[in-house]
Design a protein around this ligand. Sequence first.
Ligand SMILES: Nc1ncnc2c1ncn2[C@@H]1O[C@H](COP(=O)(O)OP(=O)(O)O)[C@@H](O)[C@H]1O
Ligand SMILES: [Mg+2]
Length: 317
Amino acid sequence: MAACGGANVIQVEGLNKRFGDIRAVDGVSFEIRQGEIYGLLGPNGAGKTTTLSMLAGLLAPDDGRILYDGTELSVDPLGVKAKLGVVPQETAIYEELSARENLRFWAGLHDLGDVDRNTRVDEMLEQVGLSGRADERVSGYSGGMKRRLNLSMGLVHGPKFVLLDEPTVGIDPQARNNILEIVRDVAAAGTTILYTTHYLEEAEQLCNRIAIMDHGKLLAEGTLDQLKDRVGREEVVTIRGAFDADRGRKAVAGIAGIEIVGAEQGKIVLSTSGDGRGSLDVLSRVLEGKLDVDGVSIQPPSLNGLFLKLTGRELRD
Ligand SMILES: Nc1ncnc2c1ncn2[C@@H]1O[C@H](COP(=O)(O)OP(=O)(O)O)[C@@H](O)[C@H]1O
Ligand SMILES: [Mg+2]
């Protein structure tokens, strides 16, 4: 994957959003370099859509700043939005129209400069692989085709910045790969991308840098290698059985090289530092007879392991 050494063109500083008692976005800051695909990875309810909606200018932050090319979104919303492409999670397509008609309509809402609208629409249809069926009604399209059309609607005006909200949810692997390819191409042409997902593999395959988000906060950020370094050789061990949190904690207290990540009724999550193997042996010996254990699972060093360590729960929970 190409390194992105460009300037920071998207800057987010201290973003906050509450809904009643819920801190949907809680002190989020990050920067994205030109041409980078920046992944916001987190489970449902993490605050991804709320973050993206604020970056899209669709939702006002309680506080914090959002800058594109050094210009604050709140200072020049129209100027900034003209350079912005937004691909929402829910598709915003007229099912009774064809893909071409949808795109023409969408393109008509934007100033395309000197570019001829029909030419641009043809290019977009080609880029997302819908040229062959562009004049059919969208209602007959597969989920993957609708997603590609939705994507093209966010790209038709040639934006400098694109915000994508989980664009591959609910489609098959081939259709997903299709979308990822298009996103890669768009970034390779110099467009800067914010990509939200709850799929770990996607973030790994696609993104130059990844921020792990949960409960409104960014918990870790970096390239895949940096995040993996952070996990080091640690393994995450989950022990399940008939015990409560307190008993679980007591049983493993004081074992060298073990850190308790989380404990609840019937489950305790540990991380092992250094040489995982040895500490596991110790662990199994100490546990013998101390806890009524139903099962032990070991998560090797991985992003999922890092997530588990940071939050005490699986990304897929
Ligand atoms: N309009 C809203 N009103 C109240 N709560 C909301 C609203 N939008 C989001 N939330 C809450 O904010 C949190 C973050 O939601 P969201 O940003 O949609 O997460 P994600 O996109 O990561 O799944 C969740 O707890 C969600 O229920
Ligand atoms: Mg969402």
